[in-house]
Write a protein that binds this ligand. Structure first.
Ligand code: ATP
Ligand code: MG
Length: 256
């Protein structure tokens, strides 16, 4: 690979989707924490250069220190974390062209002193554009976790992303279906707001393992907004258990 920053990283897990707003960052953060809870050394890289959300979701805003040209990742909740959002004013939009975005992602892999990590979780922006392609090209042995919601408009976009990764010969670890249902505290019934079983059906059709079902959970959203992820704020909740199960499956399939 020739990227100095990640030369001691054993596994790369990119969290991707063809669709925006389906919960990639939420899954990336909580999966990274669940992996860390399994006893692994874990890093979290925000590859969403245009709209980095990791700083808010991890409650981080300091500027990372530098050692010469090397960047030292911030540390929080046991994770090493880097986002382009740490280097810019959070209210200013990035107006960059594709090649610059690719260069930025390369820098985050190359110049950051990630050190010894069992796995680096990479939060990708939506779609099949430059950031996903760059990541796949720079790290051909990365594995991808696909996030989708159950409704057809999401699944249609996600299928395209799956096909792109397949064409690039990137390993697909599995599909997570997010926002699968809402369990109202006043009733036993699960309300399937976005439909039922779309992620699982896609996993069968596209021959990719199914990793789990995450409900719509107000605490998950609140934790993201407050910078205290659910895995830290409510580690015993039902949703946290789902993330732990997903982490176990990821661990088993990566053999770590
Ligand atoms: N299961 C869930 N229950 C409740 N809220 C959720 C759930 N998953 C995600 N959210 C919320 O939905 C919003 C979008 O989630 P998130 O930012 O993780 O999606 P994304 O796919 O990374 O978006 P983008 O495409 O913009 O990067 C956030 O406010 C998040 O807290
Ligand atoms: Mg995101």
């Amino acid at each position: 690979m020739g990227l100095v920053g990640v030369d001691r990283v054993k596994h790369f897990i990119a969290v991707a989707s063809g669709k925006g707003g389906v919960g990639k960052t939420t899954v990336a953060v909580n999966l990274a924490l669940a992996m860390s809870g399994e006893g692994f050394n874990v890093g979290l890289l925000d590859a969403d250069i245009y709209g980095p959300n990791i700083p808010v979701m991890m409650g981080l805003s300091q500027r990372p220190k530098q050692e010469g040209k090397r960047i030292i990742p911030l540390e929080k909740f046991g994770l090493k974390v880097i986002s382009y959002g740490f280097f810019v004013d959070e209210n200013q939009p990035f107006i960059w062209r594709g090649p610059l975005v690719s260069k930025a992602i390369k820098e985050l892999l190359d110049r950051v002193k990630w050190g010894d990590l069992d796995c680096l979780v990479i939060d990708l922006p939506p779609g099949t554009g430059d950031p996903s392609i760059t990541t796949a090209q720079l790290i051909p042995d990365a594995s991808v976790v696909i996030v989708t919601t159950p409704q057809e408009v999401a699944l249609a976009d996600v299928r395209k992303a799956v096909n792109m990764f397949k064409r690039m010969k990137i390993r697909l670890l599995g599909i997570v279906e997010n926002m699968s249902y809402f369990q109202c505290s006043h009733s036993e019934a699960k309300i399937e707001i976005f439909g039922k079983g779309g992620g699982e059906e896609m996993s069968r059709q596209m021959d990719i393992p199914f990793l789990g079902v995450i409900p719509i959970d107000i605490d998950l959203r609140k934790g993201g907004d407050a910078g205290i992820p659910l895995m830290i704020g409510s580690p015993e909740s039902e949703t946290a258990k789902v993330f732990k199960e997903i982490a176990k499956k990821v661990k088993a399939s990566l053999d770590i």
